[in-house]
Ligand binder design. Structure first.
Ligand SMILES: [Zn+2]
Ligand SMILES: [Zn+2]
Length: 318
């Protein structure tokens, strides 16, 4: 079953799990205390936005099952190229708030600058958020360059803001209705569920992003989308970026004592993926804590010349 439904957690459970993981990080690596504090402030806003989106009116997407199944069968992520109305007013508040948190949390003037440009309307929040949802790195880079903004920071703040919306969409199209579980006797399997079963790409079937990392539960390697938090498992054990499964693809634990935290590195494409053994898959948005917990793995991979590749481009150029 390649697409995995991650059970959503109740608010108190989510808060408690996040706090426990943050405390554990600081205990082992006290130098990360400021990074943890910033992440806590960012995630409080992200979680509250997620609740507001869930409580509001969700967009009606025109994605008939057969159309969606055919799209997935061509290797195109479900949301790619779809006109999706964003709750801009709701998201823009968080966008500005997150710029403020980042400014106070160490990004300083660079984040303040982004906030001013958005608040003054010099940069259109709706276009920025739309570009983030369609994973259009070029549009965001160009828009940032024109206004003298730090492109990576613009990308990050937009991604943090649109993430909860992408998560809600991902669940709406994949995790609800007849797409889950086995069909009643005598009925055919939902075409989308069947298409998801056949999904064998390293990028997310919902939004097309690469996984932030893999969480391995009971030997099942679940790739976790860095944007919408989707979880999916591939039929083969290979490089998620280029499909290499021969000698150039190596899995190793940089720390001998911690075989539960590994790196998959590929000398064919120079990509790397962090892989950790865990008991449960992280519910949204706790995957970003997992990313912080494994920062040493990123360092180890980058020291050896590996990197995370750019996003694949599914935008339709007209
Ligand atoms: Zn995704
Ligand atoms: Zn590769």
């Amino acid at each position: 079953m390649p697409y995995i439904i991650v059970p959503p957690a109740r608010r108190e459970e989510l808060d408690a799990a996040a706090e426990a993981r943050w405390s554990a990080i600081v205990e082992v690596r006290p130098e990360l205390v400021t990074a943890v504090e910033l992440q806590r402030r960012l995630l409080v806003r992200v979680m509250s936005l997620k609740r507001a989106i869930e409580a509001g009116r969700l967009p009606r997407l025109s994605l008939p099952p057969r159309y969606l199944a055919a799209k997935l069968a061509r290797g195109v992520p479900a949301l790619a190229g779809e006109p999706i109305p964003l709750p801009v007013t709701l998201l823009a508040d968080t966008l500005v708030g997150l710029c403020g948190e980042l400014a106070e949390g160490g990004a300083g003037e660079a984040a303040e600058h982004i906030r001013r440009v958005i608040e003054s309307g010099q940069m259109d929040a709706a276009s920025l958020l739309g570009a983030s949802l369609s994973r259009d790195q070029n549009a965001i880079r160009t828009g940032a360059a024109h206004r003298g903004l730090a492109a990576d920071l613009v990308w990050l703040v937009a991604e943090l803001t649109v993430g909860p919306f992408a998560y809600v969409l991902q669940r709406m199209i994949f995790a609800t209705g007849p797409r889950t579980g086995d069909p009643p006797a005598g009925e055919q399997r939902d075409p989308v569920a069947a298409a998801l079963d056949a999904w064998n790409h390293g990028y997310c079937p919902a939004c097309g992003s690469w996984p932030a990392m893999a969480e391995v539960v009971n030997g099942h390697r679940a790739l976790r989308c860095s944007f919408c938090s989707a979880a999916w498992e591939l039929p083969s054990y290979a490089c998620v970026y280029c499909g290499e499964e021969g000698e150039p693809f190596v899995t190793a634990a940089p720390d001998e004592e911690r075989k539960d935290r590994r790196l998959e590195v590929c000398s064919a494409c120079a990509g790397y993926l962090k892989t950790v053994d865990t008991f449960v898959l992280s519910p949204f948005p706790l995957l970003s804590i997992g990313d912080l917990e494994t920062m040493d793995l990123d360092m180890a991979a980058m020291e050896h010349g590996y990197q995370r590749p750019s996003l694949r481009d599914f935008t339709v150029k007209r």
